[in-house]
Write a protein that binds this ligand. Structure first.
Ligand code: MSP
Length: 517
């Protein structure tokens, strides 16, 4: 049984509705998952929602509904959006589920029994409005806490702590040994620098008097576990991990066949959550170094250089964009206008510009004129004639480079290469002037040669585009009158049969008129 390629994304907070940043991460993961399916790898793509915590409890209280109902409504919004965006995941994680709760509690109990979790008292200044302890970092230059913290009082609170700092040396040595623990490189450097500065343990609980919307500690019913042991554990609890077994070898095969995962996260949750807490948690519960997940860290979509946030009121709603331009237009923009790992600025004008230039004018036009010519000159039948097409070598280069950049998760670069090839095909039409060939009976073979090569090129484009624009790729296949299920091997030149009958042209990417803005 070949190992499954296991992909996860961060689970999304259900304290508010999805925005463009969430959509980006999900589509990125979906494209990578589809690429691996195309390669014939077994794929397990896990995503879901983070339903517990203080913010959910507060948001639910504000709207006057119980947290369980509040998260149900937001969860639906996320699931609905992924459906509209054609995000094809294999498992859906909801952290309020029993299965998850069982694994979280099993892990906590094991760590408690092993002395990795202990009880301690914390004393300090506490902001009642923000419901958190404050440190000296939060003080103004005059030594006072600012008005944003509301009433601040001195408090003493008992909590449970995880012995995080005990594992600092292990994490440093792991990061030194494994150069691609985090992608891109500069994020691994950022993580390593943060680990160097690590001190102190991790508070993992909240007294129920402060927060009750969470998973109860199995060894103290007065507390729930706070954030990370709950949220991060989803990556294994929904993949079949059994907390009763402390060694990886004794885990059920459903889990061992998948793990370790490629975990796709945004830059804000590398340090400390995934890069420090999660890796140390896994190490502490018995995962060996060669079973640590790889972290692919993507950048953020900003708005005019500024962070999008609910409080700033500059959130871009993906559903509105889908409504206006369609889900493939949004997928295309999100995948083509940002370099994996870097930030980008969201712009609706750019979405339209890219769609019109790449999809309407270039790819859509290539498909349309190829089919039109084939019907006008050859009743829709393309015939093999002459020797190798100049497009054959270009297509082979494209496939090689496409695989190369996908191996580095550079989806934007794969798209650029695809678009270059599309431009090459359009230029090839201009240069060969088929309208002239059609008038010259002596050049009949040259016209056949060209039309066959263009149909074949479009077939290759459909295979490679299918991971980015699954629906458009299916429509290209439909118009070419070929099967719409393929593997990467189908991108090799020469798959179209002689005397193939092409379908009728239907405009695939109608131009977006900018007056719609
Ligand atoms: N619930 C936590 C993650 C727990 S993982 C065990 C969380 N949720 S979140 O809803 O705030 O963010 C979910 C993902 O969306 C994160 O990876 C985050 O980086 C990503 N993004 C949030 N805003 C984003 C942008 N503006 N741009 C790109 N991605 C962004 O963190």
């Amino acid at each position: 049984m070949p190992k499954t390629f296991f992909i996860t994304t961060a689970i999304d907070y259900t304290n508010s509705a999805p925005h463009i940043g969430h959509a980006y991460e999900k589509v990125l993961a979906d494209v990578i998952a589809r690429y691996h399916r195309l390669k014939d790898d077994n794929v397990f793509f896990l995503t879901g929602v983070d339903q517990h915590g203080q913010k959910v409890q507060q948001s639910a209280a504000k709207t006057g509904v119980p947290p369980s109902e509040f998260v149900k409504a937001i969860t639906q919004k996320f699931a609905h959006l992924w459906k509209k965006l054609d995000v094809q995941y294999d498992e859906w994680a909801e952290t309020t589920s029993d299965r998850h709760k069982q694994v979280v509690q099993g892990i906590l109990q094991r760590l408690f029994d092993a002395g990795q979790i202990y009880n301690d008292k914390q004393a300090g200044y506490y902001s009642i409005r923000q419901e958190q302890f404050l440190t000296d970092k939060e003080r103004n230059p005059d030594g006072q806490f600012g008005a944003e913290w509301g009433q601040v009082e001195f408090r003493e609170e008992e909590n449970y702590y995880f012995r995080l700092s005990q594992h600092k040396d292990w994490l440093l040595s792991y990061l030194d040994k494994r150069k691609d623990a985090v992608i891109p490189d500069f994020r691994q450097t950022e993580l390593r620098n943060a680990v160097e500065k690590l001190s102190g343990d991790l508070c993992i609980s909240r007294p129920k008097s402060r927060l009750d919307w969470g998973i109860e500690l199995p060894f103290d019913e007065e507390f729930v576990t706070y954030v990370w042991f709950d949220a991060l554990t989803n990556y294994i609890s929904f993949a079949g991990y059994d907390a009763a077994h402390s060694t990886l070898n004794s885990q059920p095969s459903v889990f061992r066949d998948k793990w370790p995962a490629l975990q796709i996260i945004g830059k804000d949750i590398l340090v400390p959550a995934h890069g420090i807490y999660w890796l140390i948690m896994l190490h502490a519960i018995g995962f060996p170094d060669d079973q640590m997940p790889q972290l692919l860290v993507h950048g953020w979509w900003n708005l005019s250089g500024a962070k999008m946030s609910k409080s700033a009121g500059n959130i871009v709603d993906p559903s509105v964009l889908i409504e206006k331009y369609g889900s493939e237009a949004l997928r295309y923009y999100l995948m083509s206008d940002i370099a994996t790992g870097q930030d980008a600025d969201f712009s609706e004008e750019r979405l339209i510009e890219r769609y019109n230039a790449d999809l309407a004018n270039s790819l859509g036009n290539l498909l349309n004129r190829t089919l039109n010519m084939a019907h006008r000159y050859r009743d829709g039948v393309v015939t093999k004639a002459g020797g190798d097409s100049p497009l054959a070598r270009q297509a082979a280069d494209l496939v090689r480079e496409y695989n190369g950049v996908f191996g580095r998760f550079e989806v934007h670069a794969a798209i650029s290469r695809l678009m270059e090839f599309t431009t090459t095909c359009n230029t090839y039409i201009e240069m060969s002037a088929p309208w002239k060939l059609a008038k010259d009976p002596e050049r009949s073979d040259a016209l056949d040669h060209m039309l066959f090569a263009l149909a074949e090129a479009l077939r290759v484009i459909a295979v490679l585009t299918s991971v980015i624009l699954p629906s458009a790729a299916r429509q290209i296949c439909y118009q070419l009158n070929i099967r719409d299920e393929f593997r990467l091997a189908d991108a090799d030149w020469g798959g179209l049969p002689d005397k193939h009958h092409l379908g009728k042209p239907v405009p695939l990417f109608p131009r977006i008129e900018t007056t719609e803005l």
